[in-house]
Structures are given as structure tokens and as C-alpha cells.
Design a protein around this ligand. Structure first.
Ligand SMILES: Nc1nc2c(ncn2[C@@H]2O[C@H](COP(=O)(O)OP(=O)(O)OP(=O)(O)O)[C@@H](O)[C@H]2O)c(=O)[nH]1
Ligand SMILES: [Mg+2]
Length: 385
């Protein structure tokens, strides 16, 4: 199919152009109103952008001229062989070129259709801001809801809308979505702190950061239990941090050891429990955790997720943890990404709070206990023009 984009002051005029160009069989594939500014933005002009297409009309191959019988048959055959190859080659390259051009046209039209699928319903003034929300990787659902809010809010406004005004509307929407979730770190009303999450996300490092802050800033008596006995290095890693903080550490190979360790460390204010990273998109690993760890009323559990992971995989992990009472997320590796939409997406979708985000490998520095203001500040950093 041949597709082309047309601009005209009215649909009727666009149709005239299309018929003249593509013929009577052309069909309209998409149309929208576009506003262009003239005379330094003082005059706004509306026009129609129409994408039309037509099935290609096959060109008949040219009729070959009659052979010249005055020439001897052998030389005719020779000449025919060479000339037909070159003719074929020529036609082939020409067709390839045409095909390539058409594929490129089609691609760009498809991309523009996709790009405009959310945007085409909104006025041009809102589009750069909507693009910004996309770059921050906010979910499609949130972008659509926020765009609707913005449209409702500014539909009667005739002057230009400032980025800051759209930011205020967006913040109010997100704030409302997050009104039932808790944002903030340890409150020390629970004794056992379970740190759970996939492999290599930064669980042990984050425990070390939280523990160091509890000792240095809150003067708490702390201890550690590790249930990550799959790797010798994992035990050594936590032992090193325990040594630095002069805190006791217990190793639990099974549920019995775990109970025993809890009793042994009962005299402390806070006990941090490190767990092994597993492929928690699989249910069996979550079940293993449930057999090992006591998720009782005295315990608070945090799910640690890396902001560098794919959001769909993070969602699978969160969904596997449905049975475990997790109130808050901890997001790690913020320093390795530029877009933090995932934080809002997951908190809003799963109605879970946020305890910390971490932004580097240094212990204990690289951890933040955020509030909503700080999150908005991060989100709107690098605003669009
Ligand atoms: N850039 C960056 N790296 C981090 C952050 N937090 C942890 N890391 C690094 O991530 C790597 C893994 O950290 P660990 O704390 O061992 O991760 P884990 O989740 O305990 O890993 P397993 O126990 O093997 O599942 C280490 O190299 C850490 O230094 C962070 O906020 N930013
Ligand atoms: Mg670990």
C-alpha cells in the first residue's frame, strides 16, 4: 500500500489533493486537527493533517520489440543473454529502490501514528509536557490520566501554558493517587527488619547503609541475621559490615536456626535480616522464604528493587510477593538511571509505600529517606523547554 500525509485547510480540500495524487481508490487512514502559529505566535491557524493510502496499481511490463530476423540467430542469442541480464538487473535495482523508499515511508508514518496515539487527542500546547512524562517512563495509564487532567484544567486558557503550571497539576494528581501509601524509612516500631528481593539488587549493601544510620544517627543497638547461606562470600560480606559496626551476626541455615537466632538477639533494638537473592519471578522461591522467615507482627518487610531492571519484570516480582506482608519498597541504583517513573508506577499500581532509594555504592552515604517533595524534585529534574 502506498501511504502519504497531506495538509489542507479543510477535509474537502485534503480529499481533492488526495484524489489528484493517489486516485479515486484512495482511503483515509487517519486525520487530525493541527494548530500552527503565525506572526510570532499571535495568530493561530487550524488545519487538517490527513494520512491516506491506496493499494498500488501494478505497472504492465513494457512489450518487447520484435526480433530482427536479418541478424544471425547465434549473435541474436548472445546479445539477448547479455542484454536481458542487464535489463533484469536494472528493473531489480529500480524495484528494490522503490520498495526501500516505500518501506521507509511506511515506517515513518507508522511511527508518527504510534507517537500520536496518546497525543493526537490533546492540544499542541500540552504535547512537549506529555513527551516529558513519557521520557520519565511514567506508565501509559498515568500519562493518559494526567493528560486528561491537564486538558480539563487548561481547555479554556488561551495564552501559553507554562511548564510549572502543568507540573502543579501533575503533582496534585500523583499526590492524590499516593494518599493511602506511606513514604518514609524505618520508624523503629518493629524489631525485625526483613530485606527481600531479586539477585544482586543491593540488599546486603542497603542493609549495611540502614544499619549504619540506625547506629550512628539513632543510637540503636542493632544485630544481623543472614539466611543467605548459598554463597560463602555473602556471609563474609555481611560479617564485614557487622564487624565495622561492632554488631552481632547470626547465620541461619534453616528455620530452626532462624528461630534460635531471633531468641539470641532478642536483647537488641533492631535486627536486620538479610536474605538470598533469588529469581523471585518464580513462585517456589517465595514459598521457600515463607518456610524460613517468620513474617509476624513484630516484623517489617521491605522489597528491594533495582531501578535499572525492566518494569515488567519488577511487576512479576511484586506480584509473586502478594502473600508476604510488604508495606514498602526500597529502590536501588537510582544513580544508574535518568528516569524514575517506575517509582510512581509501582507505588500507585500496587498501593505500596517507599522507605528509601539508594544512589550509589558507598556505605553508609548513598541512601536517601525521601518524602513526596523530594520525589517530585527528582522527577521534574531536567524539565523540557
Ligand atoms: N550503582 C549502584 N550500585 C549499587 C547500589 N546498591 C548496591 N549496589 C551494588 O550492587 C552490587 C550488588 O550489591 P549487593 O548488596 O551484594 O546485592 P544483593 O542484593 O545483596 O545481592 P545478592 O545477595 O547476591 O542477591 C554491588 O556491587 C553493590 O555495590 C546503588 O544504589 N547504586
Ligand atoms: Mg546479598
Amino acid at each position: 500500500m502506498k501511504m502519504k500525509k497531506y495538509n489542507a485547510p479543510s477535509i474537502a480540500e485534503a480529499m481533492k489533493l488526495i484524489r489528484a495524487d493517489l486516485g479515486e481508490d484512495a482511503v483515509i487512514l487517519n486525520s487530525k486537527v493541527v494548530t500552527t502559529k503565525k506572526y510570532f505566535g499571535l495568530v493561530k491557524q487550524k488545519s487538517f493533517e490527513v494520512v491516506a493510502g491506496v493499494d498500488r496499481v501494478e505497472k504492465k511490463p513494457p512489450v518487447s520489440p520484435l526480433p530482427d530476423f536479418s541478424v544471425p540467430a547465434s549473435s541474436y542469442r548472445e546479445a539477448a543473454a547479455t542484454s536481458s541480464v542487464t535489463e533484469h538487473e536494472k528493473v531489480d535495482t529500480q524495484m528494490n529502490e522503490e520498495l526501500k523508499k516505500e518501506i521507509a515511508d511506511l515506517k515513518s508514518i507508522m511511527q508518527s501514528l504510534q507517537r500520536h496515539s496518546i497525543q493526537s487527542q490533546y492540544p499542541d500546547e500540552l504535547l512537549p509536557f506529555i513527551d516529558f512524562l513519557k521520557r520519565q517512563e511514567l506508565s501509559k495509564e498515568l500519562i493518559t490520566a494526567i493528560s486528561d487532567e491537564l486538558f480539563q484544567h487548561f481547555k479554556n486558557k488561551n495564552e501559553e501554558i507554562a511548564f510549572g503550571e502543568m507540573q502543579v497539576v501533575t503533582e496534585a494528581y500523583l499526590r492524590d493517587q499516593l494518599k493511602d501509601v506511606e513514604i518514609g524509612g524505618l520508624t523503629y516500631d518493629k524489631k525485625y527488619i526483613n530485606i527481600l528481593g531479586p539477585t544482586g539488587v543491593g540488599k546486603t549493601t542497603t542493609i549495611a547503609k540502614m544499619a549504619a544510620r540506625s547506629v550512628l544517627e539513632k543510637k540503636k543497638k542493632i544485630g544481623f541475621i543472614t539466611t543467605d547461606t548459598y554463597r560463602i562470600a555473602a556471609i563474609e560480606q555481611l560479617k564485614t559490615y557487622a564487624g565495622l559496626l561492632q554488631a552481632p551476626i547470626e547465620i541461619a541455615y534453616n528455620a530452626e536456626d532462624y528461630k534460635h537466632a531471633l531468641e539470641k538477639l532478642d536483647y537488641l533494638d533492631v535486627i536486620f535480616i538479610d536474605t538470598a537473592g533469588r529469581n523471585y519471578r518464580e513462585a517456589k522461591y517465595v514459598e521457600d522464604l515463607q518456610h524460613l522467615i517468620d513474617f509476624n507482627a513484630q516484623a517489617e518487610s521491605f522489597l528491594v528493587l533495582s531501578l535499572t531492571a525492566k518494569e515488567r519484570d519488577l511487576e512479576s516480582v511484586v506480584e509473586q510477593f502478594e502473600e508476604i506482608p510488604i508495606k514498602k519498597f526500597i529502590f536501588t541504583k537510582l544513580d544508574e538511571t535518568n528516569s524514575i517513573g517506575t517509582i510512581f508506577n509501582l507505588m500507585i499500581k500496587y498501593k505500596k509505600g517507599l522507605a528509601y532509594y539508594t544512589n550509589g555504592q558507598e556505605v553508609p552515604e548513598d541512601i536517601e529517606q525521601p518524602d513526596l517533595e523530594k520525589l517530585f524534585e527528582l522527577f521534574f529534574q531536567g524539565e523540557v523547554e
